[in-house]
Every structure is written in C-alpha cells, then in structure tokens.
Design a protein around this ligand. Structure first.
Ligand code: HEC
Length: 151
C-alpha cells in the first residue's frame, strides 16, 4: 500500500510488515512446535498407558499366524483360503461349506462359540478336530480378522 511520505516510509512500512510476518511465522513455528510436543507427550502418555496392550498386539500377531497355519491345515480344504466356502473339496460336496465372508455368518449370536463348537464337536460334514482350546482360540482369531467383513 503506497504510504504518504515517500519511498523511505514505504520501505520502512514494508520492513515493518516483513517483521510482522516474521513474528507471525515464528509464532506459527512455536505453535507447530507446541503441537508436535503435545502430540509427542500425548503419544508417550498413550504408549505408557497402553504398554500392556502393546504386548497383546504382539501376542495377537502370533496368535493370528498360528491361527492361519491351523486354518490352512484343517479348514482350507473345504472353506477355502478366502473363507468363502469354496475350498478345493467343496465342489464335490452335497452340503456346501459355510461362507465365512458372509456378514450374516458373523451376525449370529455367540458366533465364536459356534466356531468353537464346530471345531470341537464337528458340525455335519465338519469333522471333529482334536484341537486344544489354545488352538481353537487361534483359529477363531484368524477367522475374525481375515474373513469378517468390515461393518
Ligand atoms: C470336510 C470339509 C470341511 C472341513 C475340513 C471343515 N469344514 Fe466347516 N463346514 C463344512 C460344511 C459342509 C459346513 C456346512 C454345514 C451345514 O450347513 O450344516 C461347515 C460349517 C461350518 C461352520 C458353521 C457351523 C454352524 O454352526 O453353522 C463352522 C463354524 C465351521 N464349519 C468351521 C470350520 C472350521 C473352523 C474348520 C477347520 C478347523 C472346518 N470348519 C473344517 C465343511 C468342512
């Protein structure tokens, strides 16, 4: 904006404006720093609070892997690697294996217990498996994470 009083004033004004901008910029930087610091502190607090959860996350990664192996060894042949009931043996079967990718499957009450029951006691064509509670839990974990559709 041209300022009465000639070029010098204009430059001075310009300089003041530049200074203000710098001040604003440095304030912004401080704000950003503060925000980052807050996020950092927030995260540290979260990490501290969630320490046991972290252990669970690690453990559940292992559970998932173990469950995957068990599923592939015992269930894949009928229920398929994608859990959609189209395993290699399915085509020749009269009763089609349950489709675990169908949200209706997961909407049943106590679905995890149903899975557990099917594994322990068999369910029609599902053979009775000689699997322990730990292994059953791992399969259920895997099926939940892998096949359950997002809501
Ligand atoms: C020999 C093929 C076969 C194998 C192996 C098999 N299933 Fe199945 N499964 C089926 C068929 C077929 C059905 C559908 C039965 C029905 O509709 O009555 C079924 C149904 C189910 C159901 C639904 C039970 C219910 O209450 O409705 C669950 C859960 C299940 N299977 C889990 C498993 C798991 C977990 C494994 C591996 C540990 C497995 N199945 C292995 C063939 C198989």
């Amino acid at each position: 904006m041209p300022v009465p009083g000639g070029k010098g004033t204009f430059l001075r004004n310009d300089f003041v404006m530049a200074e203000e901008t710098e001040a604003q910029a440095s304030k912004k930087e401080t704000d950003v720093n503060r925000a980052i610091k807050n996020i950092f502190y927030g995260m540290s607090a979260l990490i501290a609070a969630a320490a046991p959860t972290y252990l669970v996350i690690d453990a559940s990664a292992e559970i998932y892997k173990a469950g995957q192996t068990l599923y592939e060894d015992n269930c894949l042949i009928c229920h398929g690697d994608k859990g959609n009931g189209k395993g290699p043996a399915a085509a020749a079967m009269d009763t089609q294996p349950r489709d675990f990718t169908n949200s209706e499957f997961w909407q049943q009450n106590n679905v995890n217990e149903k899975i557990s029951d099917a594994i322990k006691n068999g369910h029609g064509p599902v053979p009775e498996f000689d699997l322990t509670g730990k292994h059953i839990h791992e399969i259920i974990e895997y099926m939940n994470r892998m096949f359950k559709p997002d809501e």
